[in-house]
Ligand binder design. Structure first.
Ligand code: NCD
Length: 305
């Protein structure tokens, strides 16, 4: 039985295969309409979500399967004090696969150790978010035709932004990726990623504070929101929340074929006037997220079209 806890649980080849399956799903929807008939996906969300939970649910419906679950810890027995592992053992009696999101780093990993069905990490605290990474990789692949040889700038809350951590881990295994990290000093990419992922593999990277300074170099600009719920102190959040606001004037020096990604939700960091720029890809990401999750569910349930 396979789980997806960390993006590196999948090999580069397996990720390529998932992307190929997702692209085939996009082209040939009807072929996949019944492949998960009789199967059930549980979505256990101990933390808020719009896209991740609903895209998992839409994905399972589009594969002909069924969905059950809860959308907040308050509506589950977690509010009565039940442990994550007891919840998982229970849900494993009702569902064939579980997607779970939890505010504690490592909770999906702990759950997987006692689970009788595959667990998918749908976000654990400020740590990882591997299925957003699959979404991001599918989007980059569809936009550029390849996952190698580009310069990517990650901008915003690189400390708590779990989607950044997982995407850096994934891309560190691809060829010719040039990493630029754009953040205020307090929200830099964690040391464990710099030393354990980038430096360990001899991958060069730069850290800067100004978005404008690096804009002309970027092939991809990956914007993120400042993660209010991870701050210890509201005053720090208020001070940092609007450090970067991407608007059309800042895009003047960007490459004409640069792509702008954002896992969403956006707060203030991208002006709505950027949405009509052909370089904006964040709503394409939303759509791609459902298709790549369809491919992932099929893989973990070992079903074929
Ligand atoms: C992200 C998350 O939950 O980490 N959202 C998502 O799943 N698309 C990003 C965020 O909340 O800022």
């Amino acid at each position: 039985m396979r789980h997806l806890i960390d993006i590196t649980d999948l090999s580069v080849q397996e990720i390529d295969e998932l992307i190929a399956t997702a692209e085939d799903i996009i082209e040939n929807k009807p072929k996949y309409a019944h492949v998960c008939a009789g199967k059930k996906l549980a979505t256990l969300f101990f933390e808020p979500s719009t896209r991740t939970r609903l895209s998992f649910e839409a994905a399972m419906y589009e594969l002909g399967g069924h969905v059950l679950g809860f959308a907040s810890a308050d509506s589950s027995s977690a509010s009565k004090g039940e442990s994550v592992t007891d919840t998982i053992r229970t849900v494993g009696c009702y569902a064939d696969i579980i997607a779970m999101r939890h505010p504690k780093e490592g909770a999906p990993m702990a759950a997987s150790l006692r689970s009788t069905v595959p667990i998918i990490n749908a976000g654990d605290g400020g740590h990882n978010h591997p299925t957003q990474t699959l979404t991001d990789l599918l989007t980059i692949h569809r936009e550029r035709g390849s996952l190698d040889n580009f310069t990517i700038g990650f901008c915003g809350d690189l400390k708590f932004g779990r989607t950044v951590h997982s995407l850096v881990s994934a891309l560190s295994r691809n060829k010719g990726i040039n990493f630029i990290f754009i953040s205020p000093a307090e929200l830099r990419i964690p040391e464990y990623i710099k030393s354990g992922v980038l430096e360990k593999n001899g991958i060069p990277y730069r850290e800067v504070e100004s978005m404008e300074e690096v804009m002309p170099e970027l092939d991809i600009l990956y914007m993120t929101r400042v993660q209010r719920e991870r701050f210890f102190n509201e005053a720090d959040y208020i001070r940092l929340k609007d450090t970067y606001i991407l608007d059309p004037s800042k895009l003047r020096d960007a490459k004409p074929d640069m792509r702008i990604l954002h896992p969403l939700p956006r707060v203030n960091e991208i002006a709505h006037s950027v949405d009509d720029d052909p370089r904006a890809c964040y709503f394409k990401q939303v759509e791609n997220g459902k298709h790549v999750r369809m491919a992932l569910i099929m893989k973990l349930l070992e079903v074929k079209a």
